[in-house]
Design a protein around this ligand. Structure first.
Ligand SMILES: CC(C)(COP(=O)(O)OP(=O)(O)OC[C@H]1O[C@@H](n2cnc3c(N)ncnc32)[C@H](O)[C@@H]1OP(=O)(O)O)[C@@H](O)C(=O)NCCC(=O)NCCS
Length: 314
């Protein structure tokens, strides 16, 4: 009998410090009007002294509580992050220790596509019968690699974490996933570090990234529907990576999906990279919009570039 990877718990966590567009006006040559109109972001959360693991821990506890699964029952932890706390060990192993779990744990790096890459990886382990319960986390402290003097990136990125507990199920779960990478776009969006002793900061050709994101994500949404022999009418909610409201609207328009079927958290979360999809998912689940049986489309694209989609019957 086919095994499906089903989401049985979601959780998220945001640091308490809120940085509004008006706060950024004080230090950057920008305005609330410009940021709101060009990106859809009004405010974002930024850590003071919390680590990527601290955020991941709180989000994971929330997901485990909803799933009613104790840490001892987790078979694998996959943590998607662009901002690990150390070069080694993996932030996932620190999370494993602090949760009190005793399973294998590893980090996965696909920048803002990290969550869909991690979810697709978890899907393979569940479907081939290797593991029953997998904790998939996206956690980021992007503020640590932002150049706070660069108005084109400082307004976008933010901190936070989201987590899902995936469990083996005979009836329903992840229907499909599709992943892509094209490393020839390194200079469009990357961190300009010089070797491993230098953290560096984000450098981005915003306009180019914008166009590529719209094209790649629109094509991918169409392909995903075609692969599954579905139309967009059958999608209950699109839960996209939260990078720019204009990107999200353009992709929704291409597949004829009304914005009323899109979970949008960009206005208050900003771009939290690998954390943005599970954060938005948790918001939609906890406020009652996302219900059991809903068909969810996750999509994300990240620097350099990597992009992917996951279609889930929730
Ligand atoms: C960054 C982004 C918001 C810029 O919006 P845009 O409409 O493309 O704007 P442009 O880059 O063409 O710049 C237009 C003008 O606004 C200026 N500008 C850039 N950032 C600004 C800011 N924060 N405030 C005010 N003006 C700004 C530019 O300097 C430029 O000025 P000029 O015309 O005098 O040269 C947009 O390109 C974007 O969101 N790109 C995708 C980024 C992304 O999603 N990255 C993560 C992917 S995971």
């Amino acid at each position: 009998m086919k095994r499906f990877a089903r989401i049985i718990g979601t959780g998220s966590y945001l640091p308490s410090k809120i940085v509004t567009n008006l706060d950024l006006e004080k230090t950057l040559d920008t305005t609330d009007e410009w940021i709101t109109a060009r990106t859809g972001i009004k405010e974002r959360r930024i850590v003071t002294d919390e680590s990527t693991c601290d955020l991941a821990l709180e989000a994971s506890k929330n997901a485990l509580e909803m799933a009613e699964i104790s840490p001892s029952k987790i078979d694998l932890i996959i943590l998607a992050t662009t901002t690990p706390d150390k070069i080694f060990p993996a932030t996932a192993t620190m999370l494993q220790d602090r949760l009190g779990a005793s399973c294998p744990a590893f980090d996965l790096q696909a920048v803002c596509a990290g969550f869909v890459f991690a979810l697709s990886t978890a899907q393979q382990y569940i479907e081939n019968g290797s593991f029953k319960n997998i904790l998939v986390v996206g956690s980021e402290t992007m503020s640590k690699i932002v150049d706070w003097n660069d108005r084109s990136t400082a307004i976008l990125f933010a901190d936070g974490a989201g987590a899902v507990l995936i469990s083996s199920d005979n009836a329903t779960g992840i229907k499909h996933s599709k992943l892509y990478s094209d490393g020839s776009f390194l200079s469009s969006l990357h961190v300009n570090n010089n070797g491993i002793n230098d953290l560096g900061t984000i450098e981005m050709l915003g306009n180019e990234v914008f166009k590529i994101a719209v094209n790649r994500l629109s094509d991918l949404a169409e392909e995903t529907l075609k692969d599954c022999n579905m139309t967009s009418d059958e999608i209950t909610w699109m839960v996209p990576h939260q990078a720019n409201i204009r990107i999200i609207k353009a992709v929704a328009k291409r597949i004829n999906l009304p914005m009323s079927k899109v979970i949008q958290t960009l206005d208050t979360h900003g771009n939290t990279s690998a954390a943005s999809i599970p954060l938005a998912l948790d918001v939609g689940v906890r406020d009652g919009r996302i219900k059991k049986g809903d068909m969810l489309l996750f999509e994300g694209i990240g620097g350099g570039f990597s992009w992917g989609s996951v279609l889930v019957e929730y």
